[in-house]
Design a protein around this ligand. Structure first.
Ligand SMILES: [Zn+2]
Ligand SMILES: [Zn+2]
Ligand SMILES: [Zn+2]
Length: 138
């Protein structure tokens, strides 16, 4: 896996300590992180607005995507092969009711759904809740 500074360079984003740390945290964790999670885990000084802007920039450039949680909370997870132009997600997200983690199931595709006439899909989100494979082993 590429390091945060490498990825920033690839995506032609100026490297700042905030950008590097936010991206590193998202890459290191195997589950999606919310704004509050990031704020809690960050060691560099970063105000809410800067963090908000950083997440917005990353989303626009195709580095990360939104993961909608069941309680209406927005979390973020790194994209695997997105670009600014091709930033589409058709995979399912899974929220574990025991550990509370939400993960990307990259290999589980959202099935094709036929919408009624006149409806145009922009974004698809499927969140499955249950018990994750780690909690299931305990
Ligand atoms: Zn993406
Ligand atoms: Zn779990
Ligand atoms: Zn995802």
């Amino acid at each position: 896996m590429n390091s945060a500074p490498d990825i920033l360079r690839t995506y032609k984003l100026k490297s700042t300590s905030t950008r590097e740390e936010v991206l590193s945290l998202l890459l290191e964790n195997d589950h999606a992180l919310s704004h509050a999670d990031l704020e809690r885990e960050m060691t560099t000084d970063c105000d809410r607005v800067t963090l908000y802007r950083t997440l917005k920039t990353f989303q626009e450039k195709g580095l990360i995507h939104k993961v909608l949680d069941d309680n209406g909370l927005t979390k973020y997870a790194p994209c695997t092969a997105c670009t600014k132009e091709n930033h589409k997600h058709e995979h399912v997200h899974f929220k574990c009711e025991i550990c509370g983690n939400t993960v990307c199931l990259e290999n589980v595709q959202i099935p094709v759904m036929k919408l009624p006439n006149g409806f145009v899909a922009e974004e698809k989100n499927i969140l499955i809740t249950g018990i994750c494979n780690i909690c299931n082993k305990k």
